[in-house]
Design a protein around this ligand. Structure first.
Ligand SMILES: [Zn+2]
Length: 151
């Protein structure tokens, strides 16, 4: 199993995607010719220079396989940014779900307490300290370790 991505790793992915050439990236196969006996695979995109001139340029050279060029083209910067945004959204949703679950279960423990509860069916001794600990843990964010290498 791989380690979870750190926030710094997600930030790094996003920063590299922000810095890369935006737009649609397309895989292109150039057939063999007199200079290259094998087909050549490139990834091309439109590039807008400082003067506003648009040119279609190669952003990557995949020398061995068209599948490599198609993969690079499919993982263009916008896709990386979408994945980073989704990872952050899911982390936030998971944290909210965790907080909600712990709080709900703590409420259940207290409700069934013979000394502090409101339910008719008491089925345990006082566990309100456990409930208080669950509420405390519900407020502690689960953070991904800030260590980890760059991706
Ligand atoms: Zn109690």
């Amino acid at each position: 199993m791989t380690s979870p991505l750190t926030d710094q790793q997600l930030d790094g992915i996003e920063a590299r995607a922000d810095a890369a050439t935006p737009g649609t990236w397309t895989a292109v196969e150039l057939p063999p010719n007199e200079h290259d006996p094998r087909p050549v695979y490139w990834v091309k995109t439109e590039y807008i220079d400082e003067d506003g001139c648009t040119t279609r340029q190669t952003v990557a050279d995949a020398p061995w396989r068209m599948a490599d060029a198609e993969y690079i083209a499919a993982m263009r910067p916008e896709v990386a940014k979408i994945l980073v945004t989704e990872a952050r959204r899911l982390r936030a949703e998971l944290a909210a779900t965790r907080t909600n679950s712990l709080t709900t279960e703590a409420d259940e423990l207290v409700a069934h307490c013979p000394e502090h509860g409101s339910r008719d069916t008491v089925w345990m001794n006082c566990h309100c300290d456990v409930a208080a600990d669950m509420r405390r843990r519900a407020l502690v964010p689960t953070s991904v370790a800030s260590e980890g290498g760059a991706l």
